[in-house]
Design a binder for this molecule. Structure first.
Ligand code: 16G
Ligand code: MG
Length: 556
């Protein structure tokens, strides 16, 4: 068997010539680069996915996307059987594999790794990989490269799920491994059913003045989210989704999308002064993150940004309110105590005002380095773990213990689904567990949860925005000779190397009221990022500039 496997790998890899000098690493979210140089990388990702499936004995996913990057880029990432990101322990092998210089070297790498991981070929179970891609023009041919990689592991099967958002593919992998129906139709059905059920459980205090506007304007980044939203719309009532930048005319991620809106803090193309007063949301190119905004000026494109931190705060507030309702009943002796460990996970980019707010709510706040894989892992430690990056990527995770606890309550003989506020609180939590994507951050399910909660609270976007006031912040990128020279610790808040640099950042930061500043090497671009916060915009601009200068001088 092994001889046959070696022969197949030699033949298939001979068709993919690596580009001399081209180096690529798995990074925070898979391999990403200009699409024209990615064929052999995606071919290797196909092999990698097949091996991962063999190792776990379960289905895995392979997604072709470069998220918010420009249209000429593309990328590839692997979803593990749980629907989360590929285990980080496999990244060094992934990096080595894509660097193969000859078919013989590739075979050698695969043989060594499979031996180490005790993966055997030709066993009773074959590898199964679900494939998805976003709307990038290069996606189709790169998908073929992935298929060729998969086919070079004997017995491996690729199932092409077509054009999808990244979270849809992760969701499908997760469900299929739990033997739950997981077609695209099932995904849409689950979203609309849980949304409608959540909205149906809202308190019946129909004072029209407090009812938020039922129209939501959506910037779909000219990406895959646009066409999917048209599907979602068909089965929703009580909310009007108006989709703009759905990809028919404009260019993907060009002056549009969550990344643009969050970084530039201006309205995306297709939005402007005539939208003052409207609630708007912006997705990124593969619809795995979202930020809200409102246009605030009738003569400019200035916006009030409602970022991932505020989405997180809204979710936390809502969940906490439901748990409080349950707690009150439990205190009256209605049943066993509902013991729930709830935690919130942020990164150093979270606005300090949001962290203060969350702590005032009595919540435990944990920090991890940037990158969904870190936040997700941490959030999974709680019964209810809510994580968000300021850039709008996040979700809510529920532990199995929590899920069985609420299921047990729903199954109690006296439970009536139209009953008390206590019962409605339980059903709201059930609906949230079904609406929010447990595999990965998902703009479509996330925005529906925001909409349902705003209706529950009777809040306008302006009221939501005023939950707390963001501290002024500034981000810069600094080009340096070698960004890997910077090593950080404590969730990226401290520079360990080069030695002495942190002290210089500290003494600069100490000059400003409410000053906070950190630097980190980017995982997706060849730059060092600087983030600063202070009590005024002028102060924070100066702080970021001076730290940027220090970084440039030392690492130039
Ligand atoms: C990737 C990450 C995102 C992170 C960003 C940081 C995923 C799915 N995406 O887009 O979470 O915020 O990288 O980029 O993990 P940076 O390292 O260039 O600052
Ligand atoms: Mg994305």
């Amino acid at each position: 068997m092994e001889d046959q496997q070696i022969a197949t790998l030699l033949t298939s890899s001979a068709q993919f010539t690596p580009i001399p000098g081209f180096k690529i690493t798995y990074g925070t979210a898979g391999f990403r680069a200009n699409a024209s140089v990615l064929s052999s990388t995606v071919f290797c990702a196909g092999i990698l996915a097949a091996l991962r499936s063999l190792k776990t004995g379960k289905m895995v996913g392979l997604m072709i996307t470069a998220s918010h990057n420009p249209i000429d880029d593309n990328g590839v990432k692997i979803a593990d059987p749980s629907g989360g990101m590929m285990a980080q322990t496999w990244e060094p092998f992934a990096d080595a594999l894509v660097g193969f210089q000859s078919p013989e070297e590739l075979v050698q790498l695969v043989l060594e790794f499979t031996k180490k991981e005790k993966i055997s070929f030709g066993g009773p179970k074959s590898a199964v990989i679900l494939l998805g891609r976003d709307t990038r023009p290069s996606g189709k041919s790169l998908l073929e490269c992935a298929k060729r990689g998969i086919a070079s592991i004997i017995g491996a099967v690729a199932i092409n799920m077509g054009i999808l958002t990244t979270p849809q593919l992760h969701w499908m992998v997760r469900c299929r491994n739990k033997d739950i129906n997981a077609s695209e139709y099932d995904y849409f059905k689950q979203l609309s059913k849980s949304f409608m059920s959540l909205v149906g459980l809202n308190p019946l205090k129909e004072t029209t003045s407090s009812k938020p506007n039922s129209t939501l304007l959506i910037d779909a980044a000219n990406g895959v989210g646009g066409e999917k939203l048209h599907e979602v719309k068909k089965s929703l009532m009580g909310i009007e989704l108006q989709v703009r930048n759905s990809g028919k005319e404009g260019i993907l991620n060009d002056g549009v999308g969550a990344d643009f809106v969050q970084k530039e803090k201006v309205a995306p193309q297709g939005f402007g002064p005539s939208d003052v007063g409207m609630r708007c949301v912006s997705l990124d190119g593969d619809a795995d993150r979202f930020v809200y905004f409102r246009v605030i000026s009738t003569d400019s494109n200035k916006i009030d940004l409602i970022d991932g931190d505020k989405i997180l705060s809204l979710f936390a507030l809502f969940i906490k309110a439901q748990l409080n309702i349950l707690q009150k009943m439990d205190d009256k002796g209605a049943g066993d105590q509902f013991v729930t460990r709830i935690g919130v996970v942020q990164t150093a980019y979270a606005n300090g005002a949001s962290t203060d707010y969350l702590r005032q709510l009595g919540l435990e706040v944990a920090f991890t380095p940037t990158g969904v894989k870190y936040l997700h892992e941490k959030a999974a430690e709680y019964d209810i773990g809510i994580y968000f990056e300021a850039n709008g990527h996040g979700t809510i995770l529920f532990s199995d213990t929590f899920l069985s606890m609420i299921e047990a309550r729903v199954n109690e003989p006296m439970f009536s689904s139209t009953g008390s506020e206590y019962e409605r609180a339980i059903l709201r939590l059930v609906a949230v567990t079904q609406l929010i994507n447990q595999a990965v951050g998902d703009a479509l399910s996330g925005l529906l949860l925001v909409e349902a909660i705003l209706q529950y609270m009777g809040w306008s976007i302006e009221t939501w925005s005023k939950l707390y006031r963001d501290l002024p912040s500034r981000q810069l990128k600094i080009k340096v000779a070698d960004r890997t020279a910077v090593i950080t610790a404590n969730a990226e808040t401290q520079v360990v190397k080069p030695f002495g640099l942190q002290k210089m950042i500290d003494s600069e930061t100490a000059k400003y009221t409410k000053g906070r500043c950190f630097i980190r090497p980017s995982g997706t671009e060849d730059v060092i990022r600087v983030y600063a916060e202070a009590s005024t915009q002028e102060a924070v601009d100066t702080l970021a500039q001076s730290v940027g200068q220090i970084v440039g001088d030392i690492l130039g």
